[in-house]
Design a protein around this ligand. Structure first.
Ligand code: GCU
Length: 393
């Protein structure tokens, strides 16, 4: 955004780099399955008034919005509406990857006066004869870094476009800096000022603006947009998918605590750690749940259930214990009764699959990849296969 200085951009990047992937206190982190506390997984099919959800209609009309409201109040904060002055301008357009792809940069102006904006980097299959399905995700280090810099590995554009999909991304820090000390420099400093929304909500809000853009671009089928994200941006993709039912499919890549992992397991990252180190990601109420996962009104399986009947894919990595792969799988597995309301199958299998053997027969997909915390080609291969199955008929 215009008001951000280069100095600020650099300091934010440094803080983010220092914080990423380092447990606050290694001694207190539990990585021992036998020490997972006994807990009751909240049942998403029980409404706040204690009554059971009996139909798909009741789920969509009443229970899913009730869960979203709870997570808005207690965890991520409330996402404001689309700004009135929102409009888009094409900044550049070129053909890339030997002619198979079109690369566009579109500026999303967030106000009539064009004082605030973020840029959307888009890759499309060149010469498509009908509107294509798409992926939308926020990136960590800038749009340019996904083409020529440190994020190249996470955004295999050529491969995605060859698979028949469009892919759009925007930079996290251009929307809302990822820094607990700079909560007054991003979109939250001028839009819905005073509203209690965390940075995760701000990034999720931007994902909905990308979808707004897709609705204006005839090259894209806006009814077939998957929302994707890695790690903190995987938490963001899930929150965007819960708040914006226009997203047709949700992908969580290594999203961990406050993403796809079951909080009550307190395995790897906990509420205590995440709320202390990343208070700016959440609303104020969330602070009261430090060390009190069991008192939170629900767990991440309830949030994930709000995607039903839309397809949902969860991926973990063997060396990413901080994000609790088993907890992520339990979350995916637990969704079966909710998808059943819609006559759909959840996860295909009852047991956690071995590494590198995806389970994607149903409307919920899961894999655990060999290796560390990352969004890799292997992950994309499976997301594209899953998205083809569900979005390309
Ligand atoms: C830290 C944080 C995680 C987060 C991750 C990331 O490790 O504790 O919650 O998912 O950074 O975004 O890479």
């Amino acid at each position: 955004m215009k008001f951000r200085s280069l100095f600020f951009a650099l300091s934010t990047a440094c803080v983010a780099a220092l914080l990423a992937g380092v447990p606050a206190s290694a001694q207190e982190t539990n990585y021992d399955e036998s020490k997972v506390p006994s807990y009751v997984l909240p049942d998403p099919l029980v409404m706040n008034n204690g009554k059971a959800v009996k139909s798909a209609r009741q789920w969509t009309r009443k229970r899913a919005p009730e869960i979203v409201e709870t997570f808005a109040d207690q965890m991520y904060g409330h996402i404001p509406a689309r700004p009135e002055g929102l409009h888009f301008k094409l900044l550049s357009k070129e053909t890339v990857y030997g002619g198979i792809a079109e690369r566009k940069v579109v500026r999303a102006f967030l106000d009539k006066g064009e004082e605030h904006w973020f840029d959307i980097l888009i890759h499309l299959p060149a010469g498509a004869t009908k509107p294509v399905p798409a992926f939308a995700g926020i990136n960590f280090y800038g749009n340019e870094a996904t083409i020529t810099g440190r994020s190249i590995g996470s955004w295999p554009y050529e491969y995605i476009v060859k698979s028949g999909f469009c892919v759009a991304t925007a930079w996290r820090d251009e929307i809302e800096p990822d820094d607990p000390k700079n909560t007054d420099k991003g979109v939250r400093s001028w839009y819905n000022k005073g509203g209690d929304w965390g940075a995760i909500s701000a990034w999720a809000w931007a994902l909905s603006r990308i979808l707004d853009y897709f609705e204006t671009d005839p090259a894209v089928d806006a009814s077939k947009v998957a929302v994707i994200g890695h790690s903190r941006l995987g938490k963001t993709a899930m929150w965007a998918g819960a708040c914006d039912p226009r997203f047709a499919l949700v992908v969580s890549n290594d999203s961990g605590c406050c993403g796809a992992a079951i909080s009550r397991r307190a395995f790897g990252e906990t509420f205590e750690v995440i709320a202390s180190r990343f208070p700016h990601w959440f609303c104020k109420n969330f602070q009261k749940y430090k060390g009190r996962e069991n008192d939170f009104p629900g767990d991440q399986n309830c949030l994930a259930a709000t995607f039903a009947p839309r397809p949902f894919y969860v991926a973990s990595a063997t060396e990413d214990q901080w994000a609790d792969p088993k907890g992520e799988w339990i979350c995916a597995k637990s969704l079966t009764p909710v998808y059943a309301l819609f006559g759909k199958k959840g996860l295909g299998k009852d047991t956690m699959p071995a590494p590198d053997t995806p389970d994607m027969d149903g409307s919920v997909g899961y894999h655990i990849r060999t290796g560390g915390h990352a969004l890799s080609d292997y992950d994309w291969q499976n997301y594209l296969a899953f998205a083809k199955r569900h979005l390309v008929k």
